[in-house]
Design a protein around this ligand. Structure first.
Ligand SMILES: O=C(O)CCC(=O)C(=O)O
Ligand SMILES: [Fe+2]
Length: 328
């Protein structure tokens, strides 16, 4: 697709994403050196290439994961780096976390105890055998866009692989283009959606578990969470995109429970289109960056006897804006 001075950008799949590889500036140079010397124009080219391919970037650091500082600096190229859901939940396991990092002990599949320094700004999802800590366990994560239950959900998320289960053990992450889904919606349905608002359930995480501090809502009507326009307008490209968040206990404001369930079921079935999905098999050193405003994602469950360690950062978002003013 394009050959920049220190990076090569190709398509990740025919439908979605770019694959970015960095060449060391000299044979002896460490791969990360080329990252530190990325020029502004090159970053802009990489960004544009990913935007043109649906808002997904896969950076390959070939079994040499970035340090916490590098990951935070790298994320900051896309926007203001903020704490992730993983870091919040790890911090809850530590009564007195140090300011910039904290140490936790995890047990590996071999039974050995390993101490890890987890940067406080750079959340981690860890699934060490028998002792899961971090944002999620080993189960399926349903299709979702990140933290849409907040008034201002993060725009970009970055997941960086430190330990991956073998391919056959699961844990793949899939991405689906909501921009493509929206383009295919019948015009009368789009017209109906303009002006509608959806309540995004905050009580459960994407693994279906009740979050700490929340009570099980009786129905979607009672579920707490931020309310956002169902069709949001992306200010940078003036495109409107269906913003569904996740299915569980979502509710369309002003509808009866039955009407809301019926329209949400219809929209989710129109959303599940295989030809706009990319599925990633993780290798150590991969860093996937995605744009939550145009993509939803899903994680397959994985073998509970395997370790999976991901470091996670994200960028600050803005409250989703409605797209009222359109005629088509
Ligand atoms: O673990 C994964 O592959 C996905 C986790 C996730 O949904 C996220 O980091 O936002
Ligand atoms: Fe997520």
């Amino acid at each position: 697709m394009c050959l920049c001075s220190s990076s090569t950008v190709t398509k990740l799949s025919p439908q979605l994403g770019v694959d970015v590889r960095f060449a060391p500036t000299s044979a002896a140079a460490h791969l990360h050196d080329s990252l530190a010397h990325l020029h502004h124009e090159e970053v802009e080219q990489i960004k544009d290439a990913g935007v043109a391919m649906g808002g997904l970037w896969c950076f390959r650091f070939n079994e040499q994961p970035l340090s916490a500082e590098e990951q935070i600096r790298f994320t900051s190229l896309w926007g203001e780096c903020e704490g992730s859901p993983g870091s919040a939940s790890i911090l809850r396991h530590n009564t007195t976390p140090p300011a910039s990092s904290f140490r936790c002990a995890v047990r590996t599949s071999g039974g050995e105890e390993v101490k890890l320094d987890i940067p406080a700004d750079c959340g981690a999802y860890i699934h060490p055998v028998g002792h899961p800590i971090g944002g999620h366990g080993f189960g399926e994560l349903s299709w979702h866009t990140d933290m849409s239950y907040l008034p201002s959900p993060p725009t970009m998320s970055l997941l960086h692989c430190h330990t991956a289960p073998p391919g056959s053990a699961g844990g793949r992450t899939s991405f689906l283009s909501m921009a493509a889904v929206t383009r295919r919606l019948p015009a009368p349905l789009k017209a109906r959606l303009r002006g509608l608002h959806l309540k995004h359930n905050a009580a459960h995480s994407s693994d279906g578990r009740l979050r700490k501090g929340y009570e099980e809502p009786a129905t979607a009507l009672e579920a707490p969470g931020a309310v956002h326009p169902m069709l949001r307008e992306l200010p940078a490209c003036r495109t409107e995109v269906l913003y569904l968040g996740r299915r569980h206990l979502a509710f369309i404001m002003g509808y009866s429970l039955q009407e809301s369930e019926a329209l949400l079921d219809e929209l989710w079935s129109l959303t599940m289109q295989e030809d706009v999905v990319y599925t990633h098999e993780w290798e150590v050193g991969d860093a996937l960056m995605w744009d939550n405003t145009v993509l939803i994602h899903h994680r397959d469950p994985f073998d509970s006897q395997c370790e999976r360690l991901m470091w996670r950062t994200q960028t600050k978002g803005i409250p989703p804006q409605a797209s009222y003013s359109r005629s088509s």
